[in-house]
Design a protein around this ligand. Structure first.
Ligand SMILES: [Cu+2]
Length: 436
């Protein structure tokens, strides 16, 4: 084969698979986009629903049900007017069907097992085919034994870009919200749980396992949020005012949009928000207080403000290693998890190291990193705050003594870790404010 033929063949095969898109491609943090092939003018996608091993965050792997080895399944991306064919292979041990949530399509393609089609038996492949008559953030999810199949992760985004966008988006992100119950020490999520979940995820990952979102200062950013879970999630973005520009029902006219910092995403909804990125490291998280947390027990007595003096020694005589905690809050937990062994395959309640120590967060929490310059595909690290723009102690510069919260006899003039237990030393509380 002559080089020119080879070149033509490569060029042809690329154009067959994926022409350069007319839109800014969606990025699904910790996820991926589903490739397609062109067959006679039809975009053909392949999904396989199966039992998978899924890492929620380093240190925790669960037995999930997902698409193409992932939860959420890969994001399907297409353009209004496209004809699509989706071949769904069922590798689950029970029948399934895939519902194309929010899509306008023929009733028989709607994917409700028993109502709109025969269920897909294990081992079989069904073809769904329809023309995309709308644009927006849609979803796909199992619609056969939903409680188990969605509960274990069988869901994904179906994003349809407008044929003629009315404005440009520089960064386009998609985040699926979900909640799980995984008994500490076990690995299979319990789909029977109705309310008291213990793990809350963005794209099926819990902080510190969530990948950051990045943007350059001044860029227009869209974040698409989807939810087919049990709980509604008020998603809050720090440092910005945004507008909710679309739902799974379509675009919201600009005259009907109002500014927000938190958007509530209920089960069965998608919400698209847009804003102009401002420089910094900005938290984005669910604002329900237990949702940016990892597994915790909920049946403990409330010890806040209760003196536990002397209790530790008494209990330790029966239960070696016991530590009295909770008297002055839970921050101490983030210190102990560095040297205490928790149940197997269970994430600490909160953690994640930031540039100033523990972030004391878990679950539905990630970071939007906005910079003047970005190396695409690389984590830009921590925000270099301009001088004089970081909150600091009014006693800064004065000599401080660092001590161990567990071993008060350890005292030194530099920060470090305790030679006895390894915990981070903490600055001794400065003397009461003197007249500055
Ligand atoms: Cu939440």
């Amino acid at each position: 084969m002559k080089p020119i033929d080879l070149f033509l063949l490569i060029a042809l095969s690329f154009s067959q698979v994926q022409a350069r898109p007319s839109y800014t491609p969606v990025v699904t943090p910790n996820g991926s986009t589903l490739p397609y092939e062109m067959e006679g003018g039809v975009k053909v996608f392949r999904l396989s629903v199966e039992v998978i091993k899924h890492e929620i965050a380093p240190g925790m792997v669960v037995n999930a049900w997902g698409y193409n080895g992932q939860t959420p399944g890969p994001t399907i991306e297409a353009v209004e007017g496209d004809r699509v064919r989706i071949l769904v292979t069922n590798k689950l041990p029970e029948p399934t069907a895939v519902h194309w949530h929010g899509l306008l399509l023929p009733s028989g393609m709607d994917g409700v097992a028993g109502l709109s089609q025969r269920p897909i038996p294990p081992g079989d492949t069904f073809a769904y085919e329809f023309t995309l008559r709308q644009h927006g953030t849609q979803m796909y999810h199992s619609h056969g034994d939903e409680m188990v199949q969605i509960g274990l992760g069988a869901m994904g985004f179906f994003v349809i870009h407008p044929k003629e966008p009315d404005h440009r988006i520089d960064r386009d992100y998609a985040i699926f919200l979900n909640e799980w119950f995984v008994e500490p020490g076990s690995a299979t999520p319990n789909p029977n749980i109705m309310t008291d979940f213990n793990l809350f995820t963005f794209n099926s990952r819990a902080f510190p396992g969530t990948a950051p979102l990045v943007a350059k200062s001044g860029e227009r950013v869209r974040i698409r949020l989807g939810n087919v879970g049990q709980d509604s999630h008020p998603i809050h973005l720090h440092g910005h005012s945004f507008k909710v520009v679309a739902t799974d029902g379509g675009d919201i006219p600009s005259t009907a949009q109002w500014p927000e910092t938190t958007v509530l995403v209920a089960p069965g909804q998608t919400r698209d928000i847009e804003f102009v990125a401002a420089p910094g490291d900005w938290a984005i998280h669910c604002h329900r207080r237990h949702h940016p947390m990892n597994a915790m027990g909920h049946d403990f007595p409330n010890l806040l403000g209760v003196s536990q003096e002397g209790l530790e020694e008494v209990i330790q005589s029966q239960l070696p290693g016991y530590m009295a905690m909770g008297e002055s809050g839970m921050h101490e937990m983030t210190e102990h998890q560095q040297h205490m062994q928790g149940p197997a395959n269970t994430l600490p309640m909160m953690g994640g190291e930031g540039p100033f120590g523990s972030v004391a967060m878990g679950g539905m929490f990630t970071i939007l990193k906005v910079r003047e310059q970005l190396e695409e595909g690389q984590d830009p690290g921590w925000y270099p705050n301009p001088e004089g723009t970081v909150a600091e102690s009014i006693h800064q510069g004065e000599k401080s003594i660092y001590t161990c919260p567990m071993h008060p006899e350890v005292r030194q003039q530099q920060p470090g870790s305790c030679p006895v237990c390894g915990m981070d030393l903490e600055p001794e509380t400065p003397p009461p404010d003197h007249d500055h």
